[in-house]
Design a binder for this molecule. Structure first.
Ligand code: CA
Length: 229
């Protein structure tokens, strides 16, 4: 489950230690020592998760969390607050600001990695490497294998990511621009009809086993993956 993690921490030794552990665990780490640097990095590319120190020089971590939550583009980025405070009241403030979790220093690398995994699973299920299965359609993110009623299905990389996103976010309508953000990546400039092209390819790959019916067109809005039929 390698993720792009933005680490915002002003104490060099702690930043180094956390970055080392995250990298060892296979994550890609971007580092920032101030709120301003963090917000600039987020502007360039959306991370999969933000590890955010509460006490930063100048603009605080809490303020960064508030800004990320207030912006449509960054609203859904998972945030874990890092802090030396263990006050229950502070924890409540942190979570109310929109942080997904809260971890008190000092913490063990194992605890941190477990929290990251839990938050990613909850907030971005397509980031985890759990096998998903819906109505006999099975997708394994580790081996990149897809099968329908036990028969292997061959998918291109984009169709694979599209299907993984659909299967981890079923029963919801996704607009073309949401799909572009989530599947193609942030700040990728492709036309919205590109989505339709890949949906068509995905449907035709799923057609032999009848799983194409799971992908519904919602007129005027976008697409929905539904097992309700
Ligand atoms: Ca600090």
């Amino acid at each position: 489950m390698p993720a792009n993690i933005l680490l915002v921490e002003d104490e060099p030794a702690i930043q180094e230690l956390i970055a080392f552990n995250l990298t060892q665990a296979g994550h890609h780490v971007l580092r920032a020592s101030t709120a301003e640097a963090a917000l600039t990095l987020v502007k360039n590319a959306l991370p999969d998760l933000v590890l955010l120190d509460w006490m930063l020089p100048g603009v605080s971590g809490i303020e960064v969390a508030k800004r990320l939550r207030a912006d449509e583009r960054t609203r859904h980025v998972p945030i874990i607050m890092l802090t030396a405070r263990s006050d229950e009241q502070d924890k409540i403030v942190g979570l109310e600001t929109g942080a997904d979790d809260y971890i008190t220093k000092p913490f063990s690398p194992r605890e941190l990695l477990a929290r990251i995994k839990a938050v990613l699973r909850r907030r971005a299920p397509q980031m985890t490497d759990d096998t998903v299965e819906i109505r006999g359609l099975k997708l394994d993110p580790v081996t990149h294998r897809v099968s329908g009623a036990e028969a292997p299905i061959d998918l291109g990389p984009t169709e694979f990511r599209l299907l993984h996103f659909f299967m981890t976010h079923p029963e919801r309508v996704h607009s073309r621009s949401q799909l572009l953000d989530q599947v193609w990546g942030d700040h990728v400039f492709v036309e919205e009809r590109t989505v339709d092209v890949h949906i068509r390819r995905l449907r035709s790959a799923l057609e032999p086993t009848g799983h194409d019916a799971l992908i519904q067109t919602v007129r005027g809005t976008g697409y929905r993956f539904s097992a309700q039929g």
